[in-house]
Write a protein of this length. Sequence first.
Length: 276
Amino acid sequence: MEARLIAAAALAWGATAVSALGYVFSNSVVVLGDFLHGVTDALGITLAVLVAWLVARDPGGVFTYGYHRAESLAIFTNAVTILFGSIYVAYEAALRFFKGVEIDPLWMLYSSSAALILSVGSAVLLKGRSEANLKAAYLHALADSLTSIIALASAVSIILAGIPLIDAVLGLGISAYLFSRALPLFESSLLSLLDASPINPEALKKEIGLHVHDMHIWSPCPDFKIATLHIVVPENYTLTELEEIRKRVEHTLRSRGINHVTIQFESGHCSNSHRH
């Protein structure tokens, strides 16, 4: 496991701990949002590190496709955490409109400044990674920096204007932002876990232009797509002709981002007996 990834996770958890202390002492709903987003950020980076380690391992035993599914599971877990966290932040922010709550803007200022520095450090360590889950972790770190900046701005505004309600308004904004970011991740990872096809099978059959049936396409993780299909051919086709068809079809599938292709040829008279 790379030292940079471990260091990025450690910085993310450090930012989360700072935000937690900030919320306890400031009672700010914006800092609460920063904390909850920090938890999802730190959890996402930690899961990304573990997934990167799992995916890099050679498949063996019962895991014949490797550990790619772990990546989608990590993204799904993180998305669910963000969704519930955003709803809770919205609830806490809404309460502030109906009852006065004392806020310590200086603690907001201290904690958000420290969390911002740690989040930026985590993002720098994650920058440039090509794996989808690590890209997502990098974006999480950047987004966590954004929520820390909002908390910092909120603290300065409250100190200068003396209006605690600013905290509740910005808290609702952070909640909406977190929810909007989490929903697409939730939908895409859920579809992956349910083995939904990432590509329209019927459109792909037309693109191939042959008698294709029993086609299955699924994506265990964002970077790995699998397709299996049967192609009906005349009985008198030679191995050379079949190989040419295989290469052409495989090229079409790979151009659509499918990494792993399995093609089975069938003669015309037996095609109706192999549908699944």
